[in-house]
Design a protein around this ligand. Structure first.
Ligand SMILES: [Mn+2]
Length: 291
């Protein structure tokens, strides 16, 4: 049954060419075995962003995966009703081991809740965001912090860091002056061994082009983030913010994903973006999966 199957070459055969070559070998066992392996040795990440309270109106369903990432702008103005509805919806998405979200420039309450003068105004958010409660439905919120995912398909833990900050953008939440020291400090907090970086803003020059009368054909992503992403060299950087920049781009070892679900007209018509994370000769590699 095994014939001349070279077990030690399985990885090399499977990774670049998918199942096609193996099917051609005409061995049922090998075929089934490869399917099992390909389920086991990937971590499938589904990326969404910028749902702007329109999560129930998304044109496309959320595909299956292991980890779901939302890169911010869960709401329009960060109001209690919108944010509560989003959290309930996110908690109830089934089939993922881990679901992670960050804030964006529209999610004001997440910035306001930290300001002392608000006192009890944001108790509703504190109650909603009790980490133990979120974790019961596998939900994690990252604000300038990382989490670790350990899975049998990786020889080491995967580090995921999330941060909501962006260069000044119409005076909204988590805005800091463009090219300023404060923003630089936020990016310096990103651990150097980050594998998956979740930001709300794109780095400058990567899936960040806007084209309107105010900013004709202008790259509006963060210049400082671009520098630090290149220095840190994560396998994956997921963001949104610039709805026009929806898409995927690979630069060197980093796969960049602008997962904005809403288009520039705030219609939630874009597809969630599916990524496979796998270990390949000791390297963690992110690959775009066209669905
Ligand atoms: Mn947005």
């Amino acid at each position: 049954m095994f014939r001349k199957t070279k077990w030690w070459n399985l990885d090399d055969i499977k990774k670049p060419f998918g199942l096609k070559i193996l099917v051609r070998r005409n061995s049922d066992f090998f075929f089934v075995f490869t399917i099992i392996l390909s389920i086991l040795d990937n971590m499938r990440i589904v990326c969404i962003s910028d749902t702007h309270s329109l999560q129930h109106n998304m044109l496309h369903e959320i595909p299956k995966g292991d980890v779901l990432i939302h890169a911010g702008d869960i709401s329009n103005r960060g109001g209690e009703r919108d944010v509560t509805q989003f959290i309930y919806w996110f908690q109830n998405i089934q089939g993922f081991d881990t679901k992670i979200f960050i804030s964006g420039n529209h999610d004001h309450c997440f910035e306001q809740v930290n300001k002392p003068h608000h006192k009890r105004d944001y108790d509703w958010l504190r109650n909603l965001m009790v980490p133990e409660n979120l974790a019961q439905s596998d939900v994690y919120y990252l604000e300038d912090e990382f989490m670790i995912i350990e899975r049998p398909e990786f020889s080491r833990p995967i580090k995921i860091y999330g941060t909501p900050w962006q260069p000044w953008f119409y005076d909204r939440a988590f805005n800091l002056p463009r090219l300023g020291e404060e923003l630089e400090k936020k990016w310096l907090m990103i651990p150097e061994d980050t594998d998956v970086l979740i930001t709300h803003t794109p780095p400058n020059g990567v899936l960040d082009l806007v084209n309107n009368w105010r900013q004709p054909n202008e790259s509006v992503g963060c210049e400082l983030l671009r520098f630090h992403v290149e220095r840190i060299n994560p396998s994956l950087n997921v963001f949104g913010h610039i709805h026009e920049g929806y898409g995927v781009k690979k630069i060197n070892n980093t796969l960049f994903v602008n997962a904005a679900i809403c288009n520039s007209g705030y219609n939630p018509i874009n597809k969630p973006i599916v990524i496979d994370l796998e270990e390949y000769n000791g390297q963690i590699v992110a690959t775009y999966v066209e669905e």
